[in-house]
Design a protein around this ligand. Structure first.
Ligand SMILES: [Mg+2]
Ligand SMILES: [Zn+2]
Length: 178
């Protein structure tokens, strides 16, 4: 049986500029090279999931309908480039909600893995924060810290040990392809 593998990728600071809460499509812009990187990841045979904490929803800073528009923009732009992502997984809760899904909980990753029959040890989690690396470790994936977004601060302040540290999502592709 062929095992499915996936790359779970944080959104803000990993794929796109992070100006704080993004509630309009025009405020969302991919880093240069992110779309090409996602294309390469997809061509390497990985399913792609975006996994994002959006506490702005729970705080009332972002409406669900606005987030849907932002995510539609992402899907459209990726589809234009021949990339189909398998899902955008969102935790809308505040830290103090103590929900099941908020990263570093592996809940969203594990649910997606069950549904899509993904082998987590063959999969990767890529992100710029400690919570991303913890999510990957908690789910049993390999982990890659990018130094975009909050990545440099994570590297400096956190004692978490990602499996790999790379400049950005483009460089992460070289690890996935190795
Ligand atoms: Mg991030
Ligand atoms: Zn949640």
């Amino acid at each position: 049986m062929v095992s499915n593998k996936a790359v779970f990728i944080d959104r803000d600071g990993t794929l796109n500029h992070d100006p704080g809460f993004i509630n309009r499509p025009e405020d969302f812009s991919f880093y240069e090279g992110s779309v090409k990187a996602l294309k390469d990841i997809s061509e390497l045979g990985f399913q792609i999931f975006i996994v994002t904490n959006q506490s702005g929803l729970g705080r009332g800073y972002i409406k669900e309908s606005d987030l849907a528009k932002v995510h539609d923009k992402i899907r459209v732009e990726l589809r234009k480039n021949g990339i189909n992502i398998s899902g955008i997984l969102v935790c809308p809760h505040l830290p103090e909600d103590n929900c099941l899904c908020r990263k570093p909980s592996p809940y969203m990753v594990k649910c997606a893995a069950d549904k899509h029959e993904i082998s987590l040890p063959d999969s990767f989690f890529i992100g710029d924060r400690e919570s991303d690396i913890k999510t990957g470790k908690n789910a049993g994936c390999k982990t890659i810290l990018v130094l975009t977004g909050n990545g440099r601060e994570t590297l400096r302040k956190s004692d978490i040990r990602p499996d790999f540290v790379v400049e950005d999502i483009r460089e992460a592709v070289t690890i996935l392809g190795a």
